[in-house]
Design a binder for this molecule. Structure first.
Ligand code: ADP
Length: 624
């Protein structure tokens, strides 16, 4: 199994575990919620029902209390006492019956009647009805028995004659402490029962045996709440309290005791029907009142809570998932950016390293170039010097001639002077000596010029007179021109032209160009060289034109290359033009070559004009 599928399997397992945990948590949460919300809803329901129950009991009690004192009041009536004492007084019976009827009507009771000590009804409010009580014996009724004991008898039962449920109050009728009989008031609770039926809760009143005799649910009547023992059922039935009714059971089973008065019960014949049951005693009557409320509200409340909890839970889980996802995405992005940054930095580092090494290489190359340049410059300077020396060598015959002539003249003038001195002819001797002095002065001049030509240059550009430079150059090449019988023409403006140049080097350039021209015209039958100087507002142009053969077209490009020569080894080195070109370049000028239409070569030299102040006639100063 490869690493990826292993990882996938692992993350799937984690997902499953997480899902199961979340589901389990939801179940626990729902269970708790159901528990709590049920508790709360039950408490609320309990409170409401408690209130209802209190109202019901108060109402019922009020209903009963209304009649409680009536029998006692009637018992004091002499009409009743007298009749009990003389039961055979037929004359009075009608009055008594009428009286009881009136009382019954006014009190809004069901029945009011008088019983003798044996339990026989001797007068009754319903004396004129179809089934009057008169002549009936109710001695078996507990209320009678209680009254005969001198107490207020109270009892709930189904009327044996009327077949109507009623509550009986009985009070003894006494005379001089002797109990003669009992007066009874029966009231009906049907109307009361009806008035509570509208509510959704069920109200139930049970007798001391637990048998329901008042109920807002008709089906529940004459049933016990809990199953009764056979003997008890028999006793109740024998007492004919509820007439011929059979005593069944609701079969209430307790499910949850909430408080002493409240419990959740299930009513046996109502399947799945859980109710909240509250109980309240009515000790005076010996009854218990129950209220049954369906748990629909509670269940609805529980359902609502469960729904809300589920929604909130899911929302929270989603939110958590969302934030976890988001933070994970953010983290991933951060990681990605970090990685990208690292890669970028790495690249920058590499590039920087490359650049640094390239830079170092470049610096090294620059240094090498600089050194080469320096060497070149040095070599060039040396070459210039060598070329000058070479020119000097070439010119040595001319120089010799220039120096030997005055030397020979000096000798002869010296000889002459000595001869004149010997003859004591001082004036002539002095004239000869003067000639010697002049000649030595001329020789010194020549030697000074050679020294100027051969000295190393400063390289500084200063205003220089073109005419003066031409003069100096001619002093050097003059003998050559003369020897080769070459005509030399110079043409320039009357005013002096000053250019920015190094005088010695410019002289060198002119010497080179004129010397080359001399060589070029050598083989012509008539030889001439022309030097033309012109000036405009910016530049001075010097042209050296000859009537030689000119420069071969294929060589025009190469003549300024170092060591390019068409001459034999002992005549040319091929350095003159290249050096001249460099020199002119250094003076910010240009040097070019071309041919005339008539055949000879033209060398054109252009230089910047100098802006002169009065004292800057450097060239002149040099030769004065
Ligand atoms: P070199 O004179 O020692 O040969 P240069 O550099 O002075 O060296 O000249 C290079 C070449 O240019 C010469 O050999 C010659 O062929 C050509 N050249 C120079 N000046 C002239 C000219 N005035 N007429 C014809 N060719 C010339």
């Amino acid at each position: 199994m490869d690493k990826n599928s292993l990882q996938r399997k692992r993350s799937k397992l984690i997902q499953q575990t997480l899902f199961l945990s979340l589901a389990l948590l939801l179940v626990i949460l729902l269970w708790q919620t159901a528990h709590w919300s049920r508790q709360i809803a039950l408490e609320n329901l309990q409170q409401q029902n408690q209130h209802q129950l209190r109202l019901f009991v108060a109402n019922l009690q009020g209903e009963l209390e209304k009649y409680k004192f009536l029998p006692e009041l009637l018992a004091t009536n002499s009409l009743l006492i007298n009749f009990l004492q003389n039961p055979n007084d037929v004359k009075r019976i009608t009055d008594l019956n009428r009286y009881l009827e009136t009382i019954n009507k006014v009190a809004d009771a069901s029945d009011t009647y008088l019983m003798n000590a044996e339990g026989w009804t001797i007068a009754a409010s319903n004396w004129s009805s179809e089934r009057p009580f008169v002549g009936r014996n109710f001695s078996y009724r507990p209320y009678f028995q209680e009254a005969m004991k001198g107490k207020l008898g109270r009892y709930f039962a189904l009327g044996s004659t009327s077949n109507k449920r009623g509550y009986y109050f009985a009070y003894p009728v006494k005379d001089a402490g002797k109990i003669l009989g009992a007066v009874v008031i029966k009231i009906e609770l049907q109307g009361f029962e009806e008035s509570w039926r509208e509510l959704k809760e069920e109200f139930v009143v049970t007798d001391p045996d637990g048998v329901i005799f008042i109920s807002t649910n008709n089906d529940w009547r004459y049933k016990s709440l809990y199953p009764l023992e056979k003997a008890v059922i028999n006793r109740v039935q024998d007492s004919r309290r509820y007439g011929d009714a059979t005593i069944g059971t609701l079969n209430v089973t307790k499910k949850d005791q909430l408080t002493t008065e409240a419990q959740v019960v299930n009513i046996g014949d109502l399947r799945m029907s859980d109710h909240l049951m509250l109980v309240k005693d009515m000790p005076e009557a010996g009854w218990q009142v129950h209220i049954f409320a369906g748990l629909g509200v509670v269940n609805a409340q529980v359902l609502r809570s469960l729904l809300i909890t589920t929604i909130v839970y899911i929302a929270i889980v989603f939110l958590i998932f969302y934030f976890v996802q988001r933070s994970r995405r953010l983290k991933e992005r951060e990681l990605f950016e970090k990685r990208a940054k690292r890669i970028l930095e790495q690249r920058v580092k590499e590039r920087t390293a490359d650049l640094t090494s390239a830079n170092i290489r470049l610096l090294r190359e620059i240094e090498e170039h600089r050194r080469t340049d320096e060497t070149l410059r040095k070599t060039q300077d040396e070459l210039i010097q060598a070329a000058k020396m070479a020119a000097l060598g070439q010119m040595s015959s001319g120089i010799n001639h220039e120096l030997n002539q005055p030397l020979a003249a000096i000798r002869s003038y010296a000889d002459n002077a000595r001869a004149y001195l010997d003859r004591d002819r001082k004036d002539e001797a002095s004239w000869n000596l003067e000639q010697i002095a002049e000649l030595t002065e001329r020789m010194a001049k020549i030697s000074r010029q050679l020294k100027v030509f051969s000295r190393k240059t400063t390289g500084q550009l200063v205003p220089v007179s073109v005419q003066a430079v031409i003069d100096n150059a001619l002093k050097i090449v003059g003998p050559q021109l003369k020897d080769t019988n070459t005509e030399f023409h110079r043409m320039h403006p009357a005013d002096e032209i000053y250019v920015m140049a190094d005088m010695v080097q410019l002289e060198q350039v002119l010497v080179n160009l004129i010397a080359n021209a001399v060589h070029a015209v050598e083989k012509q039958s008539t030889r001439w060289i022309r030097l033309v100087v012109e000036g405009d507002s910016e530049k001075a142009t010097i042209q050296i034109i000859d009537n030689g053969p000119g420069i071969a077209t294929e060589n025009l490009e190469r003549i300024f290359d170092p060591f390019f020569t068409t001459k034999s080894e002992d005549r040319g080195l091929g350095l003159g033009l290249s050096i001249s070109y460099r020199i002119v370049e250094m003076m910010h000028g240009t040097l070019s070559a071309s041919n005339q239409n008539s055949g000879g070569a033209v060398f054109t030299l252009k230089l910047d004009l100098a802006r002169l102040t009065e004292n800057e006639t450097h060239a002149e100063a040099l030769f004065e």
